[in-house]
Design a protein around this ligand. Structure first.
Ligand code: NAD
Length: 250
């Protein structure tokens, strides 16, 4: 049987890395892309062998995305899935922070999602799967994360719109909305948010997070694999929340 091919952005770290490893383990060929190109060979080294590709680049940069497209077209010629995991988190005061800085999550993540989608759709002539990693921030609010939350909300709506627009091409489009996942994104000044008294008191000892722990990147990767696979053939336009029950509490 022909092996399936997935492009995974943000593959150098966290959820993207775990997704690349999981897809490779399940027999997919994977194209790893990330702006942190230096970290990609080590990811490749940890993966099951396959006709994998490494294409470093910034997914919000038109030239980098064009180069990525050329590589995939030359080496594979087609794609079966895009899993767009790349992203940045940034705290910024909604009123007082410089506008340029505040806008950054939107500029990077919305632009990146759109550019990768436009790149991949023509390479899925027989149908395919698109999975964008959104966040519970797309529907919930927290101080100082307005631009991140707006970007993730936009990505959720983008998935719904694409699901409608791409259905006749046989392309199913979904999002995954993680809650707290233990990845390098949660590390600030050397401190992992899940180790802070704030997280431990509210979410481990307290009652806000029913499963009382942060998720593992592998627990998101498994959902991405499901959405890319045969058992998700009647799911499109949805966002699957992977948050240990966080958003059902109050
Ligand atoms: P991470 O920091 O471990 O990985 C993110 C990766 O994206 C990094 O390797 C980074 O280099 C790459 N990246 C960032 N900007 C890029 C760009 N412009 N071009 C190319 N690559 C770029 O973080 P993670 O937790 O694995 O995050 C993966 C996705 O999950 C992100 O979209 C994030 O917003 C989302 N998410 C994470 C959490 C969490 O708690 N970790 C929760 C909800 C949503």
């Amino acid at each position: 049987m022909e092996r399936k091919r997935a492009l995974i952005s943000g593959a150098a770290s966290g959820i993207g890395r775990a997704t690349a490893l999981r897809f490779a383990r399940e027999g997919w060929d994977v194209c790893l892309t990330d702006r942190n190109g230096a970290a990609l060979p080590a990811v490749l080294e940890s993966m099951e062998r396959g006709a994998h590709l490494i294409c470093p680049g910034d997914y919000a940069c038109p030239e980098d995305v064009a180069a990525l497209g050329e590589q995939i077209a030359k080496r594979w010629g087609k794609l079966d899935a895009l899993v767009n995991c790349a992203g940045i988190f940034m705290s910024a005061d909604a009123i007082d922070s410089p506008l340029e800085l505040w806008r950054r999550p939107m500029d990077v993540m919305i632009d990146g999602a759109v550019r990768l989608t436009r790149l991949c759709v023509p390479m899925m002539p027989g149908g395919g799967r698109i999975i964008h990693i959104a966040s519970i921030h797309s529907e919930r609010a927290e101080r100082y994360s307005s631009a991140y939350a707006m970007a993730k909300a936009a990505i959720g709506q983008y998935c719904r719109s694409l699901a409608v627009e791409l259905a006749d091409r046989g392309i199913l489009v979904n999002a995954i909305s993680p809650g707290f996942i233990d990845t390098p994104m949660g590390i600030e000044d050397g401190v992992n948010v899940v180790d802070t008294p704030w997280f431990q008191d509210n979410y481990v000892a307290g009652h806000h997070l029913p499963l009382r722990r942060a998720g593992r990147p592998e627990e998101v990767a498994g959902v991405a694999l499901f959405l890319a696979g045969p058992d998700a053939s009647y799911i499109t336009g949805q966002s699957i929340v992977v948050d240990g029950g966080l958003t059902v509490t109050f």
